[in-house]
Design a protein around this ligand. Structure first.
Ligand SMILES: *Cc1c(COP(=O)(O)O)cnc(C)c1O
Length: 390
């Protein structure tokens, strides 16, 4: 099977759309790359309606135009980080509102809901959305918002986005999908019925681990207005320079992400046969519990692999550290391969019982596969896992 399915968009393809942007705001110079506009403020009454960078800047608009083209959606708001994007969305809720969350969310998203928004009386209920029986909770609880990621971090659960949206529409609950792991190249939540598709552009969109950013995509002018309001009112705006870096990074996003995904698919298949590994999780492996849903809603499996080894926390840590081409670090989606030990890193905040319930135990390893040569990555993994064979 071809790992990366073709793209059915009409008009220019996604590679073209990632490279070209509508406006440079400097047409008189013939500049091929857009300038950076570090100005905090703008002369009143200017042609494009800029006033103060907290509420808009040419570099924000350039990035928003590329992202809306790549995601094939009408509206995008860019923010300082993925966490800023989450904050902007939650800030539209009222006290007492209930958010129905998939139970496996990014650690910082859980922390925001539990440690911050809870104090403002935003309530949460956590459910496993891979279990269809839980879909009826949407009807029973009538939440004010539904929140999910797919694939999830770090368990790579795949959630049936279209099925959730079918339920949500009955109670008019907006569905927020964190699309950071899949990228708009491989998954389009808005086309599956989601209200908002958010991503941390820090990861695959920028792809070079040198800027933080977040973006929220929608088809709805009212949402765009609310999110632009949150950007300026809460001070969640990005910096013009980071937007410029992300605008540059996105030009190679399809190239990088296809290469990373091909590498990851090959590595996942190879790890399957390793005697020291208990299980390997990757959306496009037929052994994945939601393989059929992954095939239905994703164009490729992405470049995150989660695996479970039978080892103590120390042993797992040593294996992670003994890799040469995988830096042990948080984050993912850059051109360089990274390895993460979720139990002690990204999900350290979550209490041990909850972690175990979610499957995040001491022997769990998350790999973010980069653009290096496949053979170098597999050789490196094999040498690091050698100790497990004994
Ligand atoms: C990294 C990440 C975030 C947060 O993004 P930042 O840019 O680090 O603030 C949110 N969701 C997911 C799935 C992520 O991987």
């Amino acid at each position: 099977m071809d790992q990366v399915k073709s793209n059915h968009d009409e008009g220019p393809g996604i590679n073209t759309r990632s490279i070209h942007h509508g406006e440079s705001f400097a047409s008189e110079t013939g500049t091929v790359m857009p300038p950076i506009f570090p100005s905090a403020t703008f002369a009143h009454g200017n042609l494009h309606g800029f006033d103060y960078t907290r509420s808009g800047n040419p570099n924000f608009r350039i990035l928003e135009s590329v992202l809306s083209s790549v995601e094939s959606c009408k509206y995008v708001t860019v923010l300082a980080s993925g966490v800023s994007a989450i904050t902007a969305i939650v800030s539209t809720l009222e006290k007492g509102d209930l958010v129905l969350c998939e139970e496996n969310l990014y650690g910082c998203t859980v922390r925001l809901f539990e440690e911050v928004f809870r104090r403002f009386d935003i309530k949460t209920v956590w459910v496993d959305f891979t279990d269809e029986k839980n879909f009826s909770k949407i009807i029973d609880l009538k939440p004010k918002m539904i929140w999910l990621e797919s694939p999830t971090n770090p368990m790579l659960k795949v959630i049936d986005i279209a099925a959730i949206c079918d339920y949500a529409i009955k109670v008019k609950a907006p569905v927020v999908v964190d699309n950071t792991f899949a990228t708009p190249l491989f998954q389009r939540p808005l086309e599956l019925g989601a209200t908002l598709s958010l991503c941390s552009t820090t990861k695959y969109i920028n792809g070079h681990s040198d800027a933080l950013g977040g973006a929220i995509c929608s088809e709805d002018a009212t949402w765009k207005k609310k999110l632009d309001f949150a950007q300026k009112a809460l001070g969640l705006q990005p910096s013009p320079f980071d937007c410029w870096l992300i605008t540059r990074g996105i030009k190679t996003m399809p190239l990088r992400v296809e290469r990373q995904s091909k590498n990851a698919f090959a590595i996942a298949q190879q790890l399957l046969n390793h005697p020291g590994i208990e299980w390997v999780r990757y959306p496009f492996l037929s052994s994945h519990p939601q393989y059929e849903i992954a095939l239905k809603q994703m164009k490729a499996g992405g470049s995150i692999i989660t695996l479970k080894i039978n080892a103590t926390q120390n042993q797992t840590y040593e294996i992670c550290k003994s890799l040469n081409y995988f830096t042990m670090a948080e984050s993912l989606g850059g051109i360089e391969s990274l390895v993460c030990h979720p139990a002690s890193m990204t999900h350290a905040y979550i209490d041990r019982d909850t972690k175990l319930k979610l499957g995040i135990d001491d022997g769990l390893i998350r790999l973010s596969i980069g653009c290096e040569d496949l053979k170098d990555l597999t050789d490196d993994l094999m040498q690091a896992l050698e100790t497990l064979k004994k």
